[in-house]
Design a protein around this ligand. Structure first.
Ligand code: PEP
Ligand code: MN
Length: 339
């Protein structure tokens, strides 16, 4: 159920409705919009009585939500949400670029790449400290040491940092050192991890599982919302298909589908989506064209020596060219890319 407040409802009236919901033993989720506030109710098992809410001052109407995902649906908020990452907007017509190495390997490596992506115009720095690798014998990341290096790079280059948490312990650490908690494709349906991210106070970047449907992706986001963290943005990073010419099949059609059904921003990761650096630039331009809210790309100054995902990392030079191309294309589409 969604309680839609009048346009001129006061804060006190909103608070009263929330108190009433909580007194019934449910959870109230305020969802502010530019015209009015809606309050989502979760935790109820059966249906609720609309009239009970509709008689309260400031309430316009109580409407049942038909989608299984409630708080992240367009029914809850019929406009696009903008997530603020340490002053960098994700959504709201801007195109935000997250760039950096697959994994933090050393201070020298991270700082070299951070300097280059910053110069080229990246808005956020990425780098894995905890790496979900297919083989237990592959490089697993530097752990907390990697997080410390990311925090240093953030300061040095004035770039908010995005990094993955693989378990609840990791959420606490990432929350402490980084600006965004990334949930990786392999963990999209790790519900205890999603709940932990939902209790965190930092924005969450949720990647689509490699065989997840749109509904499954939005339900995963709903887990984070239902715990009270409303700073969530999504990522298409390619799905498994029979096609073998790229590492994954980048499903760009999910971008308008997400935007039709949800108010959350959605970015596209063209590095994991293709697995090949020669395919990354064109698909990144396609991500802008299809209306994505931004891009994640891997960049490495020595990709042939990278400890993970070298073949899909752009060189700094390729990244500079991509940023220039994105910036010349954006105005044609009515989009802005902050410099
Ligand atoms: C990553 O972004 O570093 C990563 C591991 O991606 P994914 O979870 O999409 O495979
Ligand atoms: Mn990677």
């Amino acid at each position: 159920m969604l309680i839609v407040m009048h346009r001129d409802a006061t804060d006190a009236e909103i608070r009263k409705v929330m108190d009433h919901i909580e007194s019934l033993g449910y959870r109230a989720h305020p969802i502010p919009g530019s015209l009015r506030t809606a309050i989502g109710i979760t935790g109820n098992q059966g249906s609720l009585h609309r009239a009970e809410f509709e008689v309260m001052p400031g309430v316009d109407q109580a409407v049942p939500v038909t989608k299984p995902y409630k708080l992240v649906s367009r029914e809850a908020r019929d406009e696009r949400t903008c997530v603020d990452v340490a002053g960098v907007p994700i959504g709201a017509g801007t195109f935000t670029v997250i760039a950096g190495p697959c994994a933090v390997e050393s201070r020298k490596q991270l700082f070299e790449i951070a300097e280059q992506v910053k110069k080229a115009g990246a808005h956020l720095l990425r780098g894995g400290a905890f790496k979900p690798r297919t083989s237990p014998y592959s490089f697993q990341g530097l752990g907390e040491e990697g997080l410390k290096l990311l925090a240093e790079a953030r300061k040095e280059f004035d770039l908010p940092v995005v990094t993955e948490a693989m378990d609840s312990e990791g959420v606490k650490l990432v929350e402490e050192y980084a600006d965004v908690i990334q949930i990786g494709a392999r963990n999209m349906q790790n519900y205890s991890l999603l709940k932990a991210a939902g209790r965190a106070r930092k924005p969450v970047f949720l990647k689509r599982g490699m065989s997840a449907t749109l509904d499954e992706l939005l339900m995963a986001a709903e887990y984070i919302y239902s715990e009270g963290n409303y700073q969530v943005f999504l990522c298409e990073r390619g799905v498994r298909t029979f096609s073998m010419h790229t590492r994954n099949t980048l499903d760009l059609s999910v971008v308008p589908a997400v935007q039709e059904h949800s108010h959350l921003p959605i970015l596209v990761d063209t590095s994991h989506g293709t697995g090949r650096r020669d395919k990354v630039p064109a698909l990144s331009l396609a991500a802008l064209a299809v209306g994505a809210d931004g891009l994640m790309v891997e960049v490495h100054h020595e990709p042939e020596k990278a400890l993970s995902d070298g073949p899909q990392a752009l060189t700094p030079e390729m990244f500079r060219k991509l940023m220039a191309d994105l910036k010349s294309m954006a105005p044609l589409l009515g989009r802005t890319i902050e410099s």
